[in-house]
Design a protein around this ligand. Sequence first.
Ligand code: FAD
Length: 365
Amino acid sequence: MNSVPDVSADAPTAADPTAPRSLGSFTTLQLGGPPQRLVVAADVDGLVERVREAALLQSPTLILAGGSNVVIDDAGFPGTVVLVRSRGVRVVAEGAGTVTVRVEAGEPWDELVAATVEAGWPGLECLSGIPGSTGATPIQNVGAYGQEVAETITSVRVYDRVADEVRTMPAEECRFGYRGSVFKHNDRWVVLSVDFRLARSPLSTPIRYAELARTLGVEVGDRVPLAAARAAVLALRAGKGMVLNPADPDTRSVGSFFTNPVLDPAAYALFRERARDAGEPPCWPGPDGVVKVSAAWLIDRAGFPKGYSGPGGVAISTKHTLALTNRGGGSTRALLALAAEIRDGVRERFGVTLHPEPVLVNCAL
Ligand SMILES: Cc1cc2nc3c(=O)[nH]c(=O)nc-3n(C[C@H](O)[C@H](O)[C@H](O)COP(=O)(O)OP(=O)(O)OC[C@H]3O[C@@H](n4cnc5c(N)ncnc54)[C@H](O)[C@@H]3O)c2cc1C
């Protein structure tokens, strides 16, 4: 159940000005007020055209695909929402032991991952079960369980709204980093398709994530059959409410609400001083002395455990401290109030500021 939400029920097509009452049916949080205008882009040409039309109308534009990484204001979006529904996967190059696939932006991500596992093309297997579209994966350099898309993306085909042209950006131009890229918080580029270079092997890439290695009963660095890696990731994710399941309110989220803070050596030393009676925080050292600290640990130790609820129908997931969920009847306002309470509590306790991972649309934290 990780596909991009179907549009047939609620959405008018093309330039029908009769917009739906709410964007909630297009977001995994099931939150967000009405759009002023909503159009569907069914293929790559349509995607460029819909965005150009909106520019001619001088209408602010929101590109929306799976809606799994956006928090949209209760007042909705005062402009045109372009729903990305383009589909298609094809092999565009084959090398010695590699294959390059070009994937249209609206292709549901997990269907692509399943297909690459089935085909024997390692590189995406640890990203199993992540909701949303393929075109959104470069935006925040989607990652999980020791893999991120920056490792396999070779180029991204974009529509540049400023230059009004379609062009190909090589991976180097995308400036991929931890949960970020040149595309995040910048609506200049519309992703039309993404090229991934994958290996050919029945085995996964080396397992890097200790929890995944333990689950598979192997050492970090070992390879396992591709299908086994996918199955283990899906099982781990499901246990944390990180695979969409309409029957499980713990999955009514955007996944992780906050990124793991990356502290420079001075900030890290200060943090350790303040955290000295709180136990050993999970940390990942990075280049130049920076240290990434577990946001889930910070939140929990600052007094916000799993299941912690705020007023207004929102709560921390009962399965994962990092997921803020709509329990039903929630609102964006209530969700952001809970997020602010958590952010402020963590800052007060540890002197560390958490930053939201999803894109906040027409609202702020
Ligand atoms: C249960 C759950 C688990 C998750 N787990 C993970 C995880 O493990 N790792 C991870 O990295 N993320 C995770 N996420 C977040 C999310 O699934 C990913 O970020 C995903 O790539 C978002 O895709 P989407 O199509 O839903 O994007 P949307 O939510 O529709 O859009 C997100 C942003 O990308 C922009 N955008 C979307 N498509 C395009 C396009 N074609 N061109 C230009 N801009 C575009 C939008 O304007 C918006 O700013 C999780 C979310 C949920 C709900």
